[in-house]
Design a protein around this ligand. Structure first.
Ligand SMILES: [Zn+2]
Ligand SMILES: [Zn+2]
Length: 333
């Protein structure tokens, strides 16, 4: 099969022909239709996350069709369209798994990091971690739901019932979460680089009532902020922007160092927290909610062989919405 391979961190992905993976017990073999490109793929590529499996197939927002079943697979049948997310395995027995926090599992394994992902024609996945894709979504539009949507949704949940919501970094996640937040009656304020007028106007089109400089002041206080951009200097900026009792959620897996800041911007019961990974429950909830909003995803497609170009354009902030690798579309949705 065709695949794009990461041989070593920092080296461009290599187009290769490799053997199709073989399905094991509890696994499904999936023909990949599309795979979303996530900021986390760049963090793996750049070596900012420790000890990736190498060589590795990146990609953890996979939409495809099951072509064969391993033993003990009882939730799916051949021919079903599924989504494969970042959370690829949990142990089920550690204290986190037993308390509804499998996103923090001590022995979790992640797709496109410790397990080969979706920048390839086929992949295998543990069926217990796959989701059914809402039928209303074509392959390309469904792919960004699986991480940008899902982890964005978890971050939104952590922001509580905040009415005035700030989103820092207006990429794939923010473009989805703006729509969800608006449907819940929240007011959205979008923060980008000062000179990124394209993202600011994109945010307004999607329902943000204000968009502007992430390091400047918002037009009024916020009740919560979610930071999607991997820039530590946004943490004190967001803390300054939230009102008393407000929450700042860091939604990314990696961030540059946070500069020191005076205690008085955290004082008065402001909360600073991160969000890590996802649970299967987050996925079920979000994939039920998305078609009801309805969330529409703006995608920028790239052929499989141009995965390096997709990563480069994401790095340069040139993607409006979500980049998606197109492998073999099914025509469903
Ligand atoms: Zn566990
Ligand atoms: Zn992701």
């Amino acid at each position: 099969m065709r695949a794009m391979i990461l041989d070593a961190v920092g080296q461009p992905l290599r187009a290769a022909e490799i053997p199709r993976p073989v399905v094991g017990p509890g696994q499904v073999l999936v023909q990949v239709h599309a795979c979303g490109v996530c900021r986390t793929d760049l963090h793996v590529f750049d070596g900012e996350l420790p000890d990736p499996r190498l060589p590795l197939v990146l990609g953890h927002q996979i939409v495809g069709t099951i072509v064969s079943l391993g033993q003990q697979v009882d939730r799916f049948q051949v021919g079903e369209r599924v989504g494969i997310p970042w959370l690829g395995y949990t142990c089920g027995v550690c204290r986190y798994c037993r308390s509804g926090r499998e996103n923090l599992c001590d022995r979790a394994r992640f797709t496109g990091y410790q397990i080969d992902g979706g920048y390839a024609e086929y992949t295998v996945a543990d069926h217990r971690f796959c989701f059914r894709i809402p039928p209303a979504y074509p392959d390309l539009q469904a792919a960004p739901l699986l991480c940008a949507g899902l982890i964005g949704y978890r971050a939104l949940t952590m922001a509580g019932d905040a009415e005035r919501l700030g989103l820092y970094g207006f990429g794939a996640s923010a473009h989805i979460i703006t729509q969800v937040a608006r449907s819940q009656g929240r007011r959205v304020f979008a923060f980008t680089r000062a000179d990124d007028l394209a993202s600011q106007s994109f945010a307004r089109e999607l329902g943000a009532e204000w968009a502007g400089d992430a390091l400047g002041s918002p037009p009024e206080e916020l009740d919560a902020a979610i930071i999607f951009a991997p820039a530590g200097e946004l943490v004190p900026a967001a803390l300054r922007a939230v009102a008393k009792g407000g929450t700042v959620v860091c939604a990314g897996i990696h961030m540059s160092d946070i500069p020191s800041f005076p205690y008085d911007i955290l004082w008065e019961e402001r909360v600073l927290r991160s969000v890590a990974n996802l649970t299967r429950r987050d996925g079920d909830e979000f994939l039920t909610l998305a078609p009801r909003v309805p969330v529409r995803t703006d995608v920028v497609p790239f052929p499989l062989e141009e995965a390096n170009e997709a990563l480069n354009r994401l790095r340069r902030g040139e993607i409006q919405g979500a980049a998606v690798i197109v492998v073999n579309l099914s025509g469903e949705g």
